[in-house]
Design a protein around this ligand. Structure first.
Ligand code: MOS
Length: 731
């Protein structure tokens, strides 16, 4: 099925199940421990042996020797696959640094061996007996040092990156801001580690793993192992968080596959937590310079956002400029994104790549501009909201954009009018209290997506697709969509996800999963309805499906009358979408209290007002947004991969020293969804929110800290060592 024109009125506009808050259908399995995650799949292959990955102890150079003899003799050891004895694996378009690269070391904790034993403890103990010698190489680890020489990123720059004459407009603007902001390297730090069970049957490989993009990963693994993709099955039905870290095949899958081959037994392994931060990908640090020039009426006339980041690839860094041309007008514009070559572990997508740290600079600069203008920061954003059309993209229409409504609704609901414009004015005992706001933009992409929908002889519906649920609620929104389209109650729908034997879906990434996968399920349902019609002798397209029956005129049939039937369908998104800027929008608010004596910042309240079209399941969408708000709080206040610039690695590589906040750290989090519909995105008129939720809240918190204390910090995270000596005296 092709989505070739804007959606008109359809069954989702009369929906009884889609659009209603629905508890997760997989919830009972999860809370009772019966939803098997990758490492727990004891039943899928008999006689599983345990693997333990060994990581390189240097960041750059080569291995000169590995003494494996003691480890091989250790109790229970079945085999060792080591870099000195095994040829490097191939690469794929989804990773640059080798996942198992022979004796050349590209980054710290690169996998250099896997030890396989009868038990986990035996594998771990034996791994400790391997003696590796290295020849150190020279590496480049300091972004600030190499940033000035970084070339413009190789991606083709859209024309709208340069508009008018920025320099002249900025020079003549009566009110200006020119500031530099930095964001550190960040880790996905998902709860479930990378984990894989691998088993070979002849030349065919199955991996039970934890992965966001099943079809990508099947292809990547084929390329890495040098084998045909059709000999690989990837199964990833439950994923305990990914945040972009599990978009790709990583070393757990590769090492498990090599190990299983070597010992001729299924091998299970989970990447040890302390290895995850340097072995896998991370969000690269950024240095950002933002210049804003405005008239006294607050209208921005000049806007420049320059970004520097680094990556082992020398390209594809963290482009923090992406949201800037989408959020605000400004006739004169300069956007530049540069990537330096670094020898740190590979940087890649992490939740709202580019935009998440981009908002942390742009939306603080907007706060600084509001203060310089003496203007309310909510009003400043409304004055400059790129309604109607996007400057520099005259041929581009905006599909549906309600940023102003987000801002006004949020200001009212949050009690914004209680804010004092001058900082450090609100005090409760020893607490300095402040409020902050930020706007948010995140694109709403779509990817073609397929599913198989089957009618059982008992009238139940089964959906199969390789779509993943990474904690997002995919199971539930897919069940809601199928229940709605087939006219059966939710408890009559079964959903099977994450298996590469099922039709290829959009997968979970880039905030495209919800919109795309539900559209694919709808396409399959349309085909199944036709099939049922053919079987029973009516026009399935014209019939109404409700209460387990298909009805057309005088005719009404129970679905079960059609017997067992199965249909696949795929939604392809047509070229007309390219004429539209299809985005999601938010206004984020935060209230913080900073202890004037200790400097401790606590977040008291957060609110996000989101404009993302139809919300298929407000309950799970809310969970997405408030989870993203917590992640934004981490980026602003605690999360920071410390680069050891001598030895080239992230020094704090576990969850004791890489601090992530949790929901309990923030007593009140609210999320409001506007009742919008976007007919340009899909028949369901629904857009994703999982990444919108991290685009802006961090800046709202930073702006609240400024409002509380009068101390403007531009180097994240805002840890108290950066401001303790500057807190206002309150005694
Ligand atoms: Mo997202 S960073 O594409 O999982």
């Amino acid at each position: 099925m092709k989505f070739e024109e804007p959606a008109g009125q359809n069954l989702f506009d009369r929906a009884k199940i889609v659009g209603k808050s629905t508890p997760r259908i997989d919830g009972p399995l999860k809370v009772s421990g019966r939803a098997p995650y990758a490492y727990e799949r004891h039943d899928v292959a008999p006689n599983q042996a345990y693997g333990w990955i060994v990581g390189s102890a240097i960041a750059k150079g080569r291995i000169t020797a590995m003494n494996l003899a003691d480890a091989r003799r250790a109790p229970g050891v079945l085999g060792i696959v080591a870099a000195t004895e095994h040829k490097p694996v191939g690469t794929s378009r989804f990773n640059h640094a080798p996942l198992f690269g022979g004796t050349e070391i590209a980054h710290y904790h690169q996998a250099i061996a896997v030890v396989v034993a009868e038990t986990f403890e035996q594998a771990r103990a034996a791994a400790g007996l391997i003696r590796t010698e290295y020849a150190d190489g020279e590496g480049s680890f300091d972004l600030a040092k190499v940033a000035p020489g970084a070339p413009l990123a190789s991606e083709k720059l859209p024309d709208y990156n340069r508009l008018g004459d920025f320099q002249a407009a900025f020079a003549s603007a009566p009110v200006t801001v020119d500031q530099r902001y930095t964001t550190p390297d960040e880790a996905h730090a998902m709860m479930e580690p990378f984990a894989t069970i691998a088993a070979w049957e002849g030349d065919a490989l199955t991996i039970w793993t934890s992965n966001q993009m099943v079809a990508w990963s099947k292809r990547a693994l084929a390329s890495i192992l040098g084998m045909p993709a059709d000999k690989i099955r990837v199964d990833s039905p439950y994923v305990g968080g990914g945040f972009g870290g599990k978009l790709f095949i990583r070393a757990d899958a590769v090492m498990a596959a090599l190990a299983a081959k070597a010992v001729n037994r299924p091998v299970k392994l989970a990447m040890q937590r302390p290895l995850m931060f340097n072995n896998s990908t991370h969000r690269p640090a950024t240095i950002q310079r933002v210049r804003l020039g405005a008239g006294r009426d607050g209208r921005i006339t000049a806007i420049a956002h320059e970004n520097w980041s680094g990556n082992i690839t020398g390209e594809d860094g963290e482009n923090a400029t992406l949201q800037t041309p989408k959020l605000y007008t400004g006739a004169n514009r300069l956007l530049e994104n540069r990537t330096a070559q670094l020898d740190l572990p590979e940087g890649n997508a992490m939740r709202a790549p580019g935009e998440a740290p981009g908002h942390m600079a742009l939306e603080v600069a907007m706060d600084e501009l509001a203060e310089a203008l003496g203007m309310d920061p909510v009003e400043l954003r409304i004055v400059n909201d790129a309604k109607g059309n996007l400057p520099g993209e005259p041929e581009m229409k905006i599909s549906d954009r309600n940023l102003e409504r987000c801002l006004r609704t949020g200001a009212e609901r949050f009690g914004w009018s209680a804010r004092k414009a001058a900082p450090a004015q609100m005090r409760e005992g020893r607490k300095l209290v402040g409020l902050g706001v930020a706007a948010g933009y995140r694109a709403a992409p779509t990817q073609k997506s397929a599913a198989r929908v089957s009618l059982g002889a008992d009238g139940t519906i089964a959906v199969e697709t390789d779509m993943t649920d990474i904690g997002t609620g995919s199971y539930t929104i897919i069940a809601q969509t199928a229940a709605e389209a087939m006219g059966v109650p939710l408890n009559r729908v079964r959903v099977d996800l994450g298996d590469s034997l099922s039709p290829v879906s959009a997968g979970s990434g880039g905030q495209w999963g919800a919109a795309s996968s539900t559209a694919g399920v709808y396409a399959a349902c349309v085909n199944l309805r036709r099939m049922i019609g053919e079987k029973l002798g009516f026009d399935g397209d014209a019939a109404t499906f409700a209460n387990g029956h298909a009805t057309l005129g005088e005719q009404s049939h129970a679905l079960s009358d059609a017997g067992a039937l199965s249909a696949t369908g795929e939604m392809e998104f047509g070229a007309f979408q390219k004429e539209y800027d299809i985005g999601t929008y938010a206004a984020h608010f935060a209230e913080v209290a900073v202890d004037a004596y200790t400097g401790e910042t606590s977040i008291r309240r957060m609110l996000s007002v989101c404009d993302a079209g139809r919300i298929i399941n407000p309950l799970s969408a809310r969970s997405q947004v408030i989870g993203a708000m917590v992640m934004a709080a981490g980026a602003t206040l605690t999360e920071d991969l410390h680069v050891d610039k001598r030895f080239g690695y992230f020094a704090n590589h576990d969850l004791a020293s890489y601090e992530v906040p949790v929901h309990a750290d923030i007593p009140s989090q609210e999320c409001i969804f506007l009742d919008t519909l976007d007919p340009m995105i899909s028949p369901l008129k629904a857009k994703g929110v999982g990444e919108l939720g991290i685009c802006g809240p961090g800046a709202a918190i930073a702006n609240a800290v400024y409002n509380a204390t009068g101390i403007r910090m531009r180097d994240y995270p805002l840890t108290l060592d950066k401001y303790l000596d500057r807190l206002p005296a309150i005694a």
